[in-house]
Design a protein around this ligand. Structure first.
Ligand code: NAP
Length: 468
């Protein structure tokens, strides 16, 4: 762990394993109550220091971290790949994106501003002048998941520091290594001691201690809907942002460009073995092109190469644990028992599952209505656009969705009627660039990320009024 820039150990070591083969890739320590308190105390002491720094000083540290991360890209990509089982080529992309997230955060630090309020629009405002300023909240607890261990942490830490807060970061227990490396990297870039503390250990105990801690002003959480909902209920008056799951759907109209749509949907369904919150899980294809779409999709899915995550050629490696792979396997079996057709893949070897293509998946099975978080795509057909829109909306989740069509009328009808945080036209719902507003509705969460939007959540607007 890192508290006040210094290494901290407890008497409870825990091995970190490569999910693909169970080999040990590192050892971390589980925090106890005293260590969590020390982490929060360190962040509390650093909060006034961060608050007093100029915007440009904060921006310079974030720019420095951006450059340093890029210069150590291979080292970080290997760490991400080892702890999460993500194929190395995807881990390199995650490292590049993490650096860019920090750069966007540094740019937003330069743009942090309030506004002048037109007080004399009210009769009682005559002779008054007012402005708002955006002030940091203080100490922010960042709790992050395993699937993008670095970039999703940077989506919290970058904006929090840009806005002048200090941070206690609790990474997922399975993927803590890149988080600790990043804390050291920030120290090398001149971040004040205590502005970023990393504590590791089980979310159920130390995560909840953070949520209850009186000195934590905000919880920013990315993870499952079950945990997110629990944290929200426990957090009382603390500010909470929740980036949760989805069972992303895409509509393929009969005028869609399949040359483009099919490879994108395959990439969106199986990247990181489907362990992406916006993984393409439900594909609704117009009945006129059902056969052609399925043939092309299966052909592309079969080309994906399974293997060790450190092999540069690997497209599909393992899920995060063998238990998770068993769960996904059982959901595929359930869908087949209820009438779905397994057209390709689905076979499990330890924690790895071959990319599974299902067709005609009943609406009431888990693969349809819950978040699969595995390499599975379900393809169903529809007759009218209204029917497809209703199918997409028949979900407890609402993070992102999309449509492929050449008809602008259909595209905007779907964009207006589908209830999600982000809608993609001629792009898969798994699409994200790091500066865009990102977040969900319904069970997919509350609040938005993307540095500009996260900073709004991580600051308080204060009014300063002056009687002239
Ligand atoms: P998770 O089990 O909910 O864990 C996420 C984080 O919360 C981990 O650090 C975990 O610690 C911690 N945690 C667990 N129980 C806790 C509790 N009671 N109190 C406080 N913290 C607790 O999720 P995951 O399996 O790591 O990640 C997968 C989920 O994240 C999926 O549902 C996915 O859709 C979602 N996700 C959403 C987004 C988005 O931006 N919307 C992005 C990526 C992932 P431990 O590891 O120690 O249990």
């Amino acid at each position: 762990m890192r508290i006040g820039g210094e290494p901290v150990r407890s008497s409870h070591p825990q091995d970190v394993q490569l999910p693909y083969d169970g080999s040990t890739v590192g050892t971390i320590f589980q925090a106890d109550k005293e260590i969590v308190d020390a982490g929060v105390a360190s962040a509390t002491a650093a909060a006034p220091v961060m608050r007093e720094m100029t915007l440009d000083e904060r921006a310079a540290i974030l720019r420095g971290a951006h450059a340093k991360l890029l210069s150590r890209k291979e080292e970080f990509a290997r760490a991400i790949s080892s702890e999460s089982g993500k194929p190395l080529k995807e881990a390199r992309i995650e490292t590049d994106r993490s650096a860019l997230t920090l750069l966007f955060a540094s740019e937003e630090a330069h743009r942090l501003h309030g506004e002048v309020v037109p007080m004399d629009a009210s009769p009682a405002g005559k002779g008054h002048w007012a402005m708002t300023v955006r002030e940091p909240l203080g100490v922010i607890a960042a709790i992050t998941p395993f699937n993008f261990p670095l970039n999703l942490a940077m989506h919290k830490i970058g904006p929090a520091l840009a806005a002048g807060n200090s941070v206690v970061h609790k990474p997922a227990s399975s993927t803590p290594i890149s988080a600790v490396m990043m804390a050291d990297l920030f120290s090398e870039c001149g971040l004040p001691k205590g502005a970023l503390n990393v504590i590791t250990g089980p979310g159920g105990s130390i995560g909840e201690q953070l949520v209850f801690h009186k000195d934590i002003a905000m919880i920013t959480f990315t993870g499952s809907a079950e945990v997110g909902l629990r944290l929200r209920n426990l957090a009382g008056l603390k500010r909470v942002t929740l980036e949760l799951g989805n069972n992303s759907a895409v509509i393929i109209e009969n005028d869609a460009n399949l040359e483009d749509a099919v490879p994108r949907c395959v990439a969106g369904s199986y990247a990181h073995s489907g362990q992406v919150c916006i993984s393409v899980q439900r594909i609704y294809v117009h009945q006129d092109i059902r056969g052609e779409f399925i043939d092309r999709f299966v052909e592309h899915a079969r080309k994906l190469k399974l293997g060790h995550p450190h092999d540069n050629a690997t497209d599909i490696s393992s899920l995060i644990t063998e238990q998770e792979a068993e769960r996904v396997e059982s959901w595929i079996e359930e869908a087949v028992q209820h009438g779905a057709k397994l057209l390709a893949g689905g076979r499990r070897t330890r924690a790895t599952i071959e990319p599974a293509v299902l067709a005609d998946v009943p609406a009431n099975v888990q693969i349809s209505c819950r978040e699969a978080f595995g390499p599975v795509a379900g393809i169903n057909s529809y007759r009218t656009l209204d029917e497809a829109i209703a199918l997409v909306n028949a979900s407890d989740y609402g993070l992102q969705a999309g449509i492929y069509t050449r008809d602008i009328q259909k595209a905007f009808t779907a964009a207006r009627k589908i209830h999600v945080g982000g809608f993609m036209i001629n792009q898969i719902p798994q699409y994200r660039v790091d500066q865009m507003p990102y977040g969900g509705v319904k069970m997919s969460g509350a609040g938005r990320e993307g540095p500009k939007y996260a900073i709004e959540e991580m600051t308080e607007s204060k009014l300063i009024c002056w009687k002239i």
